[in-house]
Design a binder for this molecule. Structure first.
Ligand code: ADP
Length: 453
């Protein structure tokens, strides 16, 4: 039985977890940094403990302080959300050794999928297609160039410990490859404390299509369909939708089966995501598994009607999944826009500060997941996402129209946000036609005058 949960996160996801717990009758403990006193999740949780200074390395990344708070408040489980300690296998182990349930997979699965080259090898053995690339990390420039030539240009260099779209470099020939290899290594060292890199064939203009997985502790693994996250800036997602306008039902079936096989190969438990890139001809390749809940989970919730956070908690409590693969029904279309405190007209510079008037849209089929409100001050220490707007409709056209309507109602005064950019994208014929690949946003930005957003 889980009766009380510590939420080791902040922002909208912390609030999302508070809400799920409330509905399940589970008590919540918020832990927060000195910069987050004002956050809605701190105010709405049953209890709250300040765990340190504003910087995440002094608070949300401090496993020792989080575990101390968990012991003081006598919680049964910790929900890590996304980011911070959510994919830290040592933290999952520490929780287990203190007899606190980590709401996520076993430490071993996190470790296996967290090393991207081990992850690729594991799923390849299970028969899941992967992008051609190096077998494991590459340790010297000479070896890098040799493998690069064999695979053929262009090539993408990625950090073994990478995440968040950072540490990736693209090379088009031997000369640029040697240079990019060294840059990638030093960036990886700086960002992740691990300079190890591997290389892959760079698939031109692919789509990013990922599958939501739910797996219980009794060996049942299901997928809940896909999310198309092709609208990205610098490899970071901005808009996500489900179903993908690109997939045929045959391809969806094959990818869904591959996703389940990949999760089984990781002996996965709890919610996770199998990410693929898909080329223009429908060839699909595993790129990574995220062993946690994702930012874009609400689009899956809207089309399947399944509350993923509640499922995570039930799975952690040892319950069996009550559904079979064929019981999952998909209804209509959902789309999510990430609302970031950034100025899209000025190269997306962060725009922290105090929100004046805040008015969130509502009405049929509209959902807002956000921890901010009128008078809230956005701290400059964390990522710039301040909320997510999700629209659902009977079909893609209705979902897009509803999203545009909701964006038009959304008022956030005092700071710059990505709302005007989203409106411009939602009005763009190429996006409306469902043609966006991962190259789309850059191309859109280059042909759209910034005063339009
Ligand atoms: P991260 O963990 O940093 O998010 P991913 O491996 O998930 O990194 O890749 C993020 C994005 O980078 C993908 O959605 C895709 O747009 C792009 N990408 C990654 N690998 C490739 C590849 N081999 N070819 C083309 N694009 C890629």
């Amino acid at each position: 039985m889980i009766q009380k949960i510590l939420i080791a996160n902040r922002g909208e996801i912390a609030l999302r977890i508070v809400r799920a717990c409330r509905e399940l009758g589970i008590k919540t403990l918020a832990v927060y940094s000195e910069a987050d006193v004002q956050s809605l999740h701190v105010q709405l949780a049953d209890e709250a403990i300040c765990i340190g200074g504003p910087k995440s390395t002094d608070s949300y990344m401090r496993a020792d302080r989080i575990i101390s708070a968990a012991e003081i408040a006598d919680v049964d489980a910790i929900h890590p959300g996304y980011g911070f300690l959510s994919e830290n296998s040592k933290f999952a182990e520490q929780c287990a050794s203190c007899n606190i349930k980590f709401i996520g997979p076993k430490a071993e699965s996190i470790r296996m999928m967290g090393d991207k080259s081990v992850a690729k090898e594991t799923v390849r053995k299970a028969g899941v297609p992967i992008v051609p690339g190096s077998d494991g990390p590459i340790d010297s420039e000479a070896e890098a160039v040799k493998v690069g030539r064999k695979i053929g240009y262009p090539i993408i260099i990625k950090a073994v410990a990478g995440g968040g779209g950072r540490g990736m470099r693209i090379a088009h020939n031997d000369v640029s490859f040697a240079k990019e290899y060294h840059i990638a290594r030093s960036e990886a060292e700086k960002s992740f404390g691990n300079g190890s890199v591997y290389i892959e064939k760079y698939i031109q203009n692919p789509r990013h299509i990922e599958f939501q997985i739910l797996a219980d502790s009794h060996g049942k693994v299901l997928h809940l369909g896909e999310r198309d996250c092709s609208v990205q800036r610098r490899h970071q997602k901005l808009i996500e939708e489900s179903p993908s306008p690109f997939l045929t039902s045959d391809l969806r079936k094959r990818m869904g089966k591959a996703a389940v096989r990949a999760a089984e190969a990781a002996q996965y438990e709890n919610a996770g995501t199998i990410e693929f890139i898909v080329d223009a001809r429908g060839g699909f390749y595993f790129i990574e598994m995220n062993t946690r809940i994702q930012v874009e989970h609400p689009v899956t919730e809207e089309v399947t009607g399944i509350d993923l956070i509640k499922e995570q908690i039930r799975i952690a409590a040892g319950e069996k999944l009550g559904l079979d693969q064929n019981d999952i029904e998909y209804r209509g279309h959902a789309i999510e826009c990430r609302i970031n405190a950034e100025d899209p007209a000025r190269n997306f510079t962060p725009s922290p500060g105090t929100i004046g008037l805040y008015y969130a849209p509502g009405g049929h089929g509209v959902r807002v997941d956000s921890h901010v409100y009128s008078g809230y001050t956005i701290p400059p220490y964390y990522d710039s996402m301040i909320g997510k707007l999700i629209a659902h409709g009977d079909n893609r056209k209705m979902a897009l129209e509803r999203m545009y309507r909701a964006l038009s109602e959304y008022l956030i005064r005092g700071i710059k946000t990505t709302i005007p950019l989203h409106k411009a994208i939602l009005s763009d014929p190429a996006f409306i036609a469902g043609k966006a690949t991962t190259a789309y946003l850059e191309e859109f930005l280059s042909r759209t005058p910034p005063d339009l957003f």
